[in-house]
Design a protein around this ligand. Sequence first.
Ligand SMILES: Cc1cc2nc3c(=O)[nH]c(=O)nc-3n(C[C@H](O)[C@H](O)[C@H](O)COP(=O)(O)OP(=O)(O)OC[C@H]3O[C@@H](n4cnc5c(N)ncnc54)[C@H](O)[C@@H]3O)c2cc1C
Length: 289
Amino acid sequence: MKPAKFDYVLPATLDAAIEALVASNGEGKVLAGGQSLLPLLNFRMARPAVLVDLNGIKGLSYIEERGDRIAIGALTRHRDLEHSPLVASRLPVMSAAMRHVAHLAIRNRGTIGGSLSHADPAAELPMLSAFYDARISVQGPAGRRTIAAEEFFVDALTNCLEPSEIVVEIEFPVLDHDGWAFEEVARRFGDFALASIAVSVRRAQSGLKDARIAVMGVADTPLRLREAEQELVAMELNDRTPDRFSEIVVSKVSPNDDLHASAAYRRHLLAQLSRRALKTALAATERAP
Ligand SMILES: Cc1cc2nc3c(=O)[nH]c(=O)nc-3n(C[C@H](O)[C@H](O)[C@H](O)COP(=O)(O)OP(=O)(O)OC[C@H]3O[C@@H](n4cnc5c(N)ncnc54)[C@H](O)[C@@H]3O)c2cc1C
């Protein structure tokens, strides 16, 4: 299929991009890597009157350390995140997850701002932003504001952006953890996840003093499982902990049946992945200095 007719603009500044969106009266769409938008145009599931291409704006692609945070520009490609030594050392869970994002050609073009804005419930970067408690900076005609990742994702493929707002930067806090794991199952490597979990833990004298858990593919948005985090920290660590943990994680989600998998299968996958992830994270704490 071919897209419906549209106008195309390539602004050189963020202000000009916002002006073009405002002038389109809600009929404009931002183009970043095009890896999700172009298929939607070709299938005529999206019919914008004007495409506002961000690729002419300098200074939207960067990965920077700012104290205990890593700031990432919206136009940063998936491949840059996958190969960044800074991401590997400061955001290791993201680093491990990036090679699961689609296929090489798509990672070369796809951007973090595009992935978050597209808000696919089975996409890694939205889930990682919930996991890390990322802050998403957006700019529009009313100026700049910052949105917590958990508030950004409203529903499947739906974010909370106002018309004419553009994602410009995402800040990820560096986590203090002794062990972590990222687990995912997809039909083929690089496909969207059927289920996935990220876990990180901090060890105390006995048990854990902190835990972080996020899942995807099992709800309409990525989920940070705060209750499960508290329950994990309250648990005694023994041979039965991973099994109990997987029961707790699965009890917090209610996936739907869909074309790709039944709800029961997604729950089954999540149970297996949760058990495996916690074992990996706990084993790493044994090796932590
Ligand atoms: C075959 C295939 C497999 C894939 N598998 C995976 C996968 O396993 N995991 C995964 O995470 N992703 C996957 N993707 C999606 C891929 O990661 C996309 O790159 C990503 O979802 C969108 O990023 P983009 O930069 O290409 O955005 P675009 O396609 O350019 O835009 C996507 C949407 O976001 C909006 N948008 C883009 N940038 C901004 C911005 N800065 N501010 C506001 N709105 C913006 C656009 O208007 C559009 O609505 C897959 C894609 C394909 C085609």
